[in-house]
Design a protein around this ligand. Structure first.
Ligand code: HEC
Length: 339
């Protein structure tokens, strides 16, 4: 048995990154405040998966799908050999492990793509027009696939441990160091040349980076993108409210912000609580500090569509005695964004 370099650095790093990003995505999945981070992690994960898939065609010998993806017959034969406790020695992934590798990659693709679809959908105020029921279906798939991940990951780890025992070599260590032991008679197939590997690496990198950066700009992950994303939701709603809608107007939003209305607490405007200068902190009637409402002073503002809706409903009802229209919300946000 001699040590042979099997896993190139790209395989090992993407493997590690997938583990870390999946864990991070799970830890940030439930809470509203961690949603932007969850989306960033998911987007990173999509990039890693894309890179790994391309690398599976242009990478080093054992990184390639053609090296380890085998037909059902070979998989069954390898499974029987494992059950007998005498697995054939495969220098790359064994055919059974390969089924898991492909399943995990497909599942990660489904989870990240459905997650991004949700981010682009109306629920999270993105630019993708989708009906509520479609979005709901996408959400179900996202959560179902994400729920299957831990189960498969546990099976994957158990499979690796079992194979390590059967093959009498440390496969987990191999994925860290890149080395595995080969039979003495093993002849390693010629690796693709350095030039082709470099070109393949750059291609995989550029494709994955282009996808991530393109989506980064349209998804409400960055605070700068969030307010305009919410604005496009209001715009759609305003158009539905009135066919005569031609656009939002900061001046009308300003008027709404400052106009006083009689309430049970006396004449009240939005500025009563939110400060005349919306870049400054405001104060509630009981003296509690309210963080600035203008996104330029408080990047967290209007990054969460559900929160914005809740407060528009509450505060408009309190001040105006009725809900604000989509036109008013859009004008209001346009005014605040101009500050
Ligand atoms: C009685 C005090 C009060 C008045 C008057 C008031 N607000 Fe608010 N507003 C609050 C508080 C409290 C919050 C939530 C605390 C926070 O988010 O910092 C809030 C939050 C909001 C948010 C949430 C923004 C986000 O983070 O997404 C919007 C939108 C909003 N207000 C709109 C209005 C509008 C429009 C008016 C005028 C029609 C108005 N408010 C008047 C107290 C008030």
């Amino acid at each position: 048995m001699k040590p042979v370099k099997v896993w190139d650095p790209a395989v090992r790093l993407t493997h590690l990154a997938m583990g870390v990003l999946v864990l991070g995505a799970f830890l940030t999945a439930e809470e509203d405040d961690t949603l932007p981070l969850h989306m960033k992690l998911g987007l990173g994960l999509l990039g890693i998966v894309l890179f790994r898939v391309v690398w599976g065609f242009v990478g080093s010998t054992h990184a390639r799908f053609s090296d380890f993806v085998k037909g059902p017959k070979t998989v069954l034969t390898a499974m029987r050999a494992m059950v007998r406790g005498k697995p054939d020695h495969h220098l790359g992934h064994n055919p059974v492990g390969a089924v898991m590798v492909v399943t995990l990659l497909v599942l990660l693709g489904v989870v990240t793509l459905t997650g991004i679809t949700m981010g682009l959908g109306p629920d999270w105020s993105g630019p993708l027009a989708m009906s509520k029921s479609t979005l709901h279906a996408v959400k179900e798939v996202h959560e179902g696939a994400a729920g299957a991940l831990p189960v498969l990951i546990v099976l994957h780890v158990l499979g690796v441990i079992l194979s390590s025992v059967l093959e009498r070599q440390n496969l987990i260590g191999g994925m860290v160091t890149g080395f595995k032991r080969a039979d003495d008679g093993h002849v390693e197939p010629a690796s693709p040349g350095a030039l082709r590997l470099t070109a393949g690496f750059l291609m995989a990198l550029v494709l994955a980076a282009a996808a991530v950066f393109g989506l980064w700009r349209v998804l409400p992950v960055s605070e700068a993108a969030a307010a305009p994303a919410l604005l496009s939701t209001y715009e759609r709603e305003a158009r539905a409210e009135s066919p005569a809608f031609t656009g939002f107007d900061a001046a009308r939003g300003r008027t709404l912000y400052f106009s006083e209305h009689p309430t049970k607490n006396g004449p009240t405007s939005c500025a009563t609580c939110h400060a005349a200068d919306a870049r400054q902190p405001g104060k509630s009637p009981v003296g509690k500090r309210i963080d600035p409402l203008a996104p330029s002073a408080n990047p967290d503002r209007f990054t969460d569509a559900a929160k914005a809706t809740k407060w528009f409903d509450r505060n408009c009802t309190q001040v105006l005695g009725r809900n604000c229209t989509a036109l008013e919300r859009g004008d209001f946000l346009t005014y605040l964004s101009s500050l």
